[in-house]
Design a protein around this ligand. Structure first.
Ligand code: NAP
Length: 249
């Protein structure tokens, strides 16, 4: 049973680890190619775009894929739209594997914004010391809020052309713990955290909570339509159910 997993997330990589060595399934994990040195999974993988929904549909047909799992990041909206369209065009069963969003707890001082442009504006007129953890692709809007200091953390070094003037860059791959993020924020005198509501490990949010710091939270767009699970183990269950159906056919 041939399965294409659209990845780039911890969940996709965890699913790949669960399927490694299994003989009833032939999975391929697909990466967009954004990360300079991705952690390669213990299953076959491919890197690079397909050429839109049509290109993805053509790939599914050419590779005789049986099932599609969209395990991309909650903020990777285009590839999820493409996955939905390609699955429709090819009549292919599709599962969405997506981690749930973070939810504020009582006492949290979270300010929800619809996108990164609004996040930059929400920082306000008075200079602040910002811990910015939104990845390296969406930094340009913060040039419009150049009076703040930004501690920017991303997996790879950001493009200098996207950066606001007062920055310090930290590269690193999570997950990060509450203790280390708390120490980091204290060391840099951070006064506000800006993040996307990615879900998953929440060390920085716990640290902000412990320090009584406000959080500017970029909201998700509506989730992809269709059958959705949150855990890689549930995706394996879905695959098993389809394997039974295919065997019976
Ligand atoms: P996006 O805007 O949804 O997708 C842009 C294009 O990148 C897609 O149209 C597709 O190109 C290609 N693409 C995206 N994911 C792909 C995949 N898994 N395999 C092959 N091609 C893929 O995506 P994005 O927000 O730039 O994110 C890129 C990747 O990084 C995603 O795989 C995502 O899971 C991961 N990621 C994103 C974020 C985030 O905050 N956006 C955070 C962590 C990880 P074609 O149209 O040519 O097929």
């Amino acid at each position: 049973m041939r399965v294409l997993i659209l990845g780039g997330t911890a969940e996709a990589s965890a699913l790949a680890r669960l399927l490694a060595g299994e003989t009833w399934v032939a999975p391929v994990l697909s990466f967009a190619g954004r990360t300079v040195s991705p952690v390669l999974p213990p299953i076959p993988s491919r890197i690079g775009g397909f050429g839109g929904a049509e290109g993805l549909a053509a790939y599914l047909r050419a590779e005789a894929v049986d099932l599609l799992i969209d395990a991309t990041h909650p903020f990777a909206n285009q590839i999820s739209i493409n996955a939905e369209r390609a699955a429709e065009a090819t009549g292919m069963p599709r599962l969405v594997l997506q981690r749930p969003p973070w939810i504020a707890t009582p006492g949290d001082d979270w300010h929800y914004v619809p996108d990164v442009v609004a996040a930059a504006a929400a920082l306000g007129k008075a200079p602040r010391r910002v811990f910015l953890t939104i990845g390296r692709q969406d930094l340009l809007p913060f040039q419009a809020a150049a009076h703040h200091f930004y501690l920017i953390r991303s997996v790879d070094q950001p493009d200098p052309a996207l950066l606001p003037p007062h920055v310090e860059i930290l590269t690193g791959r999570g997950p990060f713990t509450e203790a280390s993020d708390r120490a980091l924020m204290e060391r840099h005198g951070i006064s506000v955290l800006v993040t996307k509501n990615s879900g998953g490990t929440d060390g920085k949010l716990r640290a902000a909570r412990a320090l009584g710091l406000p959080v500017i939270m970029v909201d998700r767009k509506p989730a992809p339509r269709g059958e959705t699970v949150a855990a890689p183990e549930a995706a394996v269950t879905w695959l098993h159910a389809h394997a039974e159906t295919l065997r019976g056919a």
